[in-house]
Design a binder for this molecule. Structure first.
Ligand code: BES
Ligand code: ZN
Ligand code: ZN
Length: 490
């Protein structure tokens, strides 16, 4: 789908979406088209006042006009405009038109029209996503191929939209990766996708099984040893910041399918576990966004990619494995595999790239749905500034929202083991998301700032949301890109 900005001079035909603010005017351009006053008659008949979500449909000769209530203009923010764009996308999709116009009158809104249009376009892009590669094309199924936002200064709006288009590309790539079934999106396929991305300064590197053995990366190897698909550790470097300045390290959980291993998961909803690589996909999406924007920053992403399967060669409960850091781990439950691969991955990233900050993102614990539901991902960190910066970035996004959860020293004790340096399952189920976070924390080196984001309840949505249709949300791309933009650009 192309997103285009144009002025009112071009002749428009077909579907026009018209956001109208409360006590606002209907786009004057449309009034000109409305020679018989149909719009004002319909507005009166439907008691359309521009209240948020109100809809009024009018047919003019060549135009099908959908007026959409955009709410109170004094409450408009960038995020509310994105949501509005997403709502417009969900109206437009079922109407099955190839071309969709958006025309709005922003008089009285305290934001330049170009910025308003760029934000609405971004939200529309987020909401218009669909994943239908495995559906046969039906002839009468029409998809939106162009959305055209009308305004007085289209070139400037296009310019404002440029960085948002880069974020949109990152979100789309993440959603595509996460939506793919695990028979298609194996660890090696994930690597191939990353290697096929050609953007300036976006450099990939791959650590394979042979190299992992040399490095002693036995936690990644251990989780992967039950599958016929070999594990990989994918690295993406983007070093366009100050020479020699410590990078930010992003680490994403990339379990391409999590059956639970020998501690097999129950059958119900097991298929959901194709999205257990959403952390890795979001980290990759973020790298795409920042590279497309050409930001002056140093960021490295590390993505351990594995499939967690039961088999004669799989890890077993009770096994002890030595990590790359030298620390030993007692495996009490092979379904707690995410923390294992992340332990090796954060260690590798720190040894190799000497970052000042590590942020890991993972669909780590199912109980996140109980603690925070689907509104927030869990944020775990002991660093106040990092917490504040991530929360700030989160608030600048339409749905990448965070809620901070505790890292208490007593929770850390729960993952001590009788036989090894630590266990991958706590001795008590209490605070399960915190004990999982602490496990990763044990692989963070002194002086390195660290935050862990548990996105188990945010990576996938079971219902349509304005800026995220049912399925993969792309959670994390907007959040991390905003965080980098706000705090790490020189
Ligand atoms: N990938 C799962 C967590 C998950 C569950 C993510 C549902 C998204 C939706 C993770 O590897 C896992 O299985 N965690 C266990 C941990 C337990 C064994 C301590 C869990 O959540 O049950
Ligand atoms: Zn698991
Ligand atoms: Zn998992």
């Amino acid at each position: 789908m192309q997103i285009i900005f144009d002025d009112y001079k071009s002749k428009i035909k077909g579907l026009v979406l018209v956001p109208v603010f409360e006590k606002g005017d209907i786009c004057p351009f449309l009034k000109k088209e409305d020679t018989h006053g149909f719009i004002s008659k319909a507005v009166k008949a439907d008691k359309f006042e521009g209240k948020e979500g109100q809809i009024c449909v009018v047919f003019l000769s060549d135009l099908r006009v959908v007026l959409f209530g955009a709410g109170n203009k004094s409450k408009v923010t960038k995020v509310s405009l994105q949501k509005l764009g997403g709502q417009l996308a969900s109206i437009a999709k079922p109407l099955q038109k190839e071309k969709v116009y958006i025309a709005l009158d922003s008089t009285g809104v305290e934001m330049p029209e170009t910025e308003i249009l760029a934000q609405v376009a971004f939200g529309f892009g987020l909401g218009a996503y669909s994943f239908d590669v495995y559906k046969q094309k039906k002839e009468d199924d029409i998809q939106i191929s162009e959305v055209i936002l009308l305004g007085k200064n289209p070139e400037e709006a296009q310019e404002q939209f440029e960085p948002l288009a880069a974020i949109l590309d990152g979100v789309y790539e993440t959603r595509d990766l996460v939506s793919e079934p695990s028979n298609m999106m194996t660890p090696s396929e994930f690597v191939d996708v990353a290697e096929s991305i050609k953007i300036k300064n976006f450099d990939t590197d791959v650590v394979d099984v042979k190299q992992m053995k040399k490095l002693g990366m036995n936690l990644v190897l251990g989780v992967g040893q039950g599958s016929i698909h070999e594990p990989y550790l994918l690295v993406v470097k983007y070093m366009k910041g100050k020479k020699g300045a410590a990078p930010l390290l992003l680490v994403g959980k990339g379990v391409c399918f999590d059956s639970g291993g020998i501690s097999l998961k129950p059958g119900k909803d097991m298929g959901d576990m194709k999205y257990d690589m959403a952390g890795a996909a979001a980290v990759l999406g973020t790298m795409i966004s920042i590279a497309k924007m050409g930001l002056k920053t140093n960021v490295v992403a590390v993505m351990p990619l594995v499939e967690n399967m039961p088999s004669g060669t799989a890890l077993k409960p009770g096994d002890v494995v030595q990590s790359m850091s030298g620390k030993t781990v007692e495996i009490l439950n092979t379904d707690a595999e995410g923390r294992l691969i992340l332990g090796d991955a954060v260690w590798y990233g720190q040894e190799k790239f000497k970052p000042d900050t590590v942020i890991d993102m993972a669909t780590l614990t199912g109980v996140m749905t109980y603690s925070l539901g689907t509104e927030y991902a869990g944020l775990f960190t002991d660093d106040e500034k990092l917490a504040k910066d991530l929360e700030q970035a989160s608030q600048e996004t339409v749905m990448d929202h965070l809620w901070r959860l505790p890292l208490h020293a007593n929770y850390n004790k729960l993952i001590n083991s009788d036989i090894a340096d630590m266990a991958n399952l706590a001795s008590s189920p209490e605070a399960g998301s915190s004990t999982a976070a602490h496990f990763i924390g044990r692989f963070i080196q002194p002086g390195v700032k660290w935050a862990h984001l548990d996105i188990a309840s945010k990576a996938w949505t079971k219902r349509d949301l304005p800026c995220s249709p049912k399925g993969a949300t792309g959670f994390g791309v907007q959040l991390l890109t905003r965080y980098i933009l706000n705090t790490r650009v020189s």
